[in-house]
Design a protein around this ligand. Structure first.
Ligand SMILES: NC(=O)N[C@@H](CC(=O)O)C(=O)O
Ligand SMILES: [Zn+2]
Ligand SMILES: [Zn+2]
Length: 345
């Protein structure tokens, strides 16, 4: 096969940041994706409908001329989010989901939720309105090993949450373990998951053997090979519960190459090519379209895109770095690597 044409994909988990950074990164996603679920972990976080709508305008203003990219907005859930704010968000028609960051779990999560019991009314409103809760699924307890935080979250938080709100639509974001893949596969239809391309392509050796590679450090952290295999199996299974979410999370080169480097991989510039490489590796290229372009809108209750995009088989090299805000540079995921699929503009 020398070319693949598929329905234009969407990115169901994307960080665009704000200001100069937004301007530096938004075109990369708009080039490949029709829509994206925009993460609300700005500083300060996007906690109200008013903030989400203003942020949406800034995203639209930062798009290159002629781009037809649609940002789908989210609210950042806090201990104090009132049920009325959920109703306002839903009524706007432009806020699609609410994001749960356990406080302290990841980048800009300090205002996140300390105890889900405090959010019970807000979550009940989401369940009533059919508004999905998007979950960064890691516990933050100091005594839990970083490699176990997702699996422990399933038992301590995810299962009790779904027992209390069985109809709540939940997206288990950026799953990284065999446990999470099995949990989602066995759950009812209101539970789905996004899978990043870095977790499909790399295991923790890639990040740690022969030297520490900070550009492969993200949260949840890369796991063992058996987990990568389980994720690849889930993504290529054809199950509508699994869909594309890059978790493309830009940080300036200097903030990654640091004694205390930031978590996040910038995968937007070659997202679709990298997913194609993962699906090809699994012998399942024919399943890429469902994962990238159908399962996400179906779960969110949105129409599938009508345009198509094409990848051709052609070797090309991802740049070692790209221009970023304030004269800085950013290192994309798989920088300097040769890819064998190329997105056609
Ligand atoms: N994935 C990451 O490692 N980082 C994300 C936050 C997140 O999605 O957890 C970021 O905002 O930088
Ligand atoms: Zn996260
Ligand atoms: Zn993320």
């Amino acid at each position: 096969m020398n070319s693949i044409t598929l329905t234009r994909p969407d990115d169901w988990h994307l960080h665009l940041r704000d200001g100069d950074v937004l301007s530096a990164v938004v075109a990369a996603s708009a080039r490949q994706m029709g829509r994206a679920i925009i993460m609300p972990n700005l500083k300060p976080p996007v906690t109200t409908t008013g903030q989400a709508l203003a942020y949406r305008e800034r995203i639209l203003a930062a798009l290159p001329a002629g781009a037809r990219f649609e940002p789908l907005m989210t609210l950042y859930l806090t201990d104090n989010t009132p049920a009325e704010e959920i109703e306002r968000a839903h009524a706007s028609g432009l806020v699609q989901a609410v994001k749960l960051y356990p406080a302290g779990a990841t980048t800009n999560s300090a205002s996140g939720v300390t105890d889900l019991a405090l959010c019970d009314e807000a979550i009940a409103a989401m369940a009533r309105l059919g508004m999905p809760l998007l979950v960064h699924g890691e516990v933050t307890d100091a005594e839990i090993d970083i490699f176990d935080r997702e699996a422990v979250f399933i038992e301590r938080v995810m299962k009790p949450l779904l027992e209390r709100h069985p109809d709540l639509k939940v997206v288990f974001e950026h799953i990284t373990t065999a446990e999470a893949a099995a949990f989602v596969a066995a759950a009812p239809a209101n539970v789905a998951a996004t899978i990043t391309v870095h977790h499909l392509l790399f295991n923790r050796n890639h990040m740690l053997v022969g030297g520490i590679r900070p550009h492969y450090y993200c949260l949840p952290i890369l796991k063992r090979e058996r987990h990568r295999q389980a994720l690849l199996e889930a993504a290529t299974s054809g199950s509508p519960k699994f869909f594309l979410g890059t978790d493309s999370a830009p940080h300036a080169r200097g903030d990654k190459e640091s004694a205390c480097g930031c978590a996040g991989a910038y995968s937007a510039p070659a997202a679709l090519e990298l997913y194609a490489a993962a699906f090809e590796q699994a012998g399942a290229l024919e399943r890429l379209e469902g994962f990238a372009s159908h399962h996400g809108p179906d779960f969110y209750g949105l129409a599938r895109n009508t345009e198509t995009v094409t990848l051709v088989r052609e070797d090309w090299q991802l740049p070692e770095s790209l221009p970023y805000a304030g004269g800085q540079t950013i290192v994309p995921l798989a920088a300097g690597e040769t890819l064998s699929w190329k997105f056609v503009d």
